[in-house]
Design a binder for this molecule. Sequence first.
Ligand SMILES: NC(=O)c1ccc[n+]([C@@H]2O[C@H](COP(=O)([O-])OP(=O)(O)OC[C@H]3O[C@@H](n4cnc5c(N)ncnc54)[C@H](O)[C@@H]3O)[C@@H](O)[C@H]2O)c1
Ligand SMILES: [Zn+2]
Length: 676
Amino acid sequence: MTKASPDVISRAGELRDIITEHNYQYYVLDDPRVPDAEYDRLFRELQDLETQYPDIVTPDTPTRRVGGSVETTFEEVVHRIPMLSLDNAFSDEELRDFDRRVKDRLKTGDDIEYVCEPKLDGLAVSLHYESGVLTRAATRGDGYTGEDITANIRTIPSVPLRLRGDKVPELVEVRGEVYMPREGFEALNRRLANKGEKTFVNPRNAAAGSLRQKKPTVTARRPLELCAYSVALEDESLLPATHWEGLQQVSAWGFRINPEMRRATGAEDCLQAYNELMGKRASLPYEIDGIVFKVNSLALQQQLGFVSRAPRWAIAQKFPAQEELTVIEDVEFQVGRTGAITPVARLKPVFVGGVTVSNATLHNMDEIRRLDARIGDTVFVRRAGDVIPQVVKVVAERRPANAREVELPDACPVCQSDIVQIEGEVVARCSGGLFCPAQRKEAIRHYASRKALDIEGLGDKWIDILVDRELVNTVADLYLLKKADLTGLERMGEKSAGNLIDAIDRSRKPVLWKFLYALGIREVGEATAKGLASYFGTLESISEADEDALQSVPDVGPIVAGHIRSFFDQTHNQETIQALKDAGVQWQAEEITASQKPLKGETWVLTGSLSGMTRDDAKSKLESLGAKVAGSVSGKTSCVVAGEAAGSKLTKAENLGVPVMDESAFVDFLATHGLE
Ligand SMILES: NC(=O)c1ccc[n+]([C@@H]2O[C@H](COP(=O)([O-])OP(=O)(O)OC[C@H]3O[C@@H](n4cnc5c(N)ncnc54)[C@H](O)[C@@H]3O)[C@@H](O)[C@H]2O)c1
Ligand SMILES: [Zn+2]
């Protein structure tokens, strides 16, 4: 046996200290300082040293103990049968080695039957039933002594408080994993983040933190579930012959068992089960970090026995880690199609969740402050399933002296317009909505939409083609398109090109509110646009109004006023509006100022169908003249416009002596007010 050098002895001592500290952070505080993958590497390094130099093993080495410990918050519970950990295999070869060791020990050449179970990423609990009634629940703790968490366990709906069936043995112990499904975990973290509280790094820590609460009422509000994975009976003669049958028994008593469990014979079959489960990993509603293989025969399990930390009859083969450590090398800002500015961390490339990751979203500035993430920081990156990679935690102890704070830039990285963050809003935005290339397609789509300028035929497909070919950069360019520009594009025929040009042409004379709405100013919907148009009368006065003046309009509060102001403050947006004017776009209510509204104070009613315009058109024209448009006729009605097939409203108007206009009279009336 080679003797350990002083270097080896000191490295082993250092590893023991580091691992012991990580155990404390992880098991007691539920707040790990390093991702599992890093922990596993340290653990493996120590294990390898101890295998190579058995004389350096100390009685308290963490490789020979179950990691957890017991907190004074809870009563202690001594486990009748120790709750051990599991050995790990990190490769196919290590799994084959395990299978070989099992066969050697059992002195058999026959293939062994295993039960393959997903390794749910939560925490182990032991549940005791006396005469079928749940009497005590405990955590694993250090494997020999756990914590009494009975009150908390009772709040989990999938834990049976009473076992089903009438032939339940007197004393039953069921073990299983308490875990938090993905969806519940994400919702919990969103809730905590909204309150500015610390979030959980992953579902495992969320489950552990939720279960080990002083107040069961807190646990009750956390979305926890239990899956059972083993059973022990005081009277062992009542046990079935195999672990698999034990699971069926547990299921019959009313426990949830994992539907992905299956049996496999021999190492190669196990490896196939590993690959199959791996393929399903991302689509499962909960997280698993590997697969557990257990010798199925309980007699063989007994023969194999235990070592200090884990049974010899089981092993966990790990899946690729979903969390790793890396460094934020820089933070850049991206502009979304609605102008939202998203900070993105440029990372030192790291292999995580099965791929190399070099970018991770930081969502927004609030999130950066909540994480206290700086450029140069070492961080946990998490990539679970198909979800985009995220920075979930900063390792504060590893912050270098020259770490830099992240600052929101003043100007949009794409179009240089001002970036604004309205007070009370989380998201910062580029204010060059009409101009910004990042927002181009969205701006055109909105402008042409049915409720805005209603340009028939200008759908997403066309917008993509026109923008990608740089035929249209801003909405103003639409009006410069010629039929010849379009024919020949993507099988566009003469006729449809002509139709599109005509539709664009027809949109040249919108009413003011529709035009205002079409500009796509944030939070300015139809109703707000109508309110602004009728209050101010002209686009000039709206674009010049200060935030106070804007807030005189019903439904316009400080946030909306802020968005309107920052929109019109952008020269780029003003230039685009000017370009629209130059291209011949004329918004109709421009000449009608508030004092000139001829129908102010009047209530009109529309009935029957008009042949030359839609009901909505007629309504907005009347509104632009100051009238209110009502749905029913009364003595106070000023005038009824009766189209084809007008019914009871017309009769009622006639009975009440309310003035009535037919369509042609109405069209003439509008024309006298400059409305076509
Ligand atoms: N990041 C850190 O600082 C840190 C610290 C300590 C431990 N850890 C992580 O914990 C692991 C070691 O932890 P461990 O000893 O708690 O256990 P383990 O996770 O390696 O394996 C044992 C546990 O697996 C769970 N399990 C899930 N499904 C199971 C099934 N079907 N059958 C049996 N058990 C099942 C049980 O909770 C059981 O206690 C390390 O690999 C590491 O990844 C991380
Ligand atoms: Zn921009």
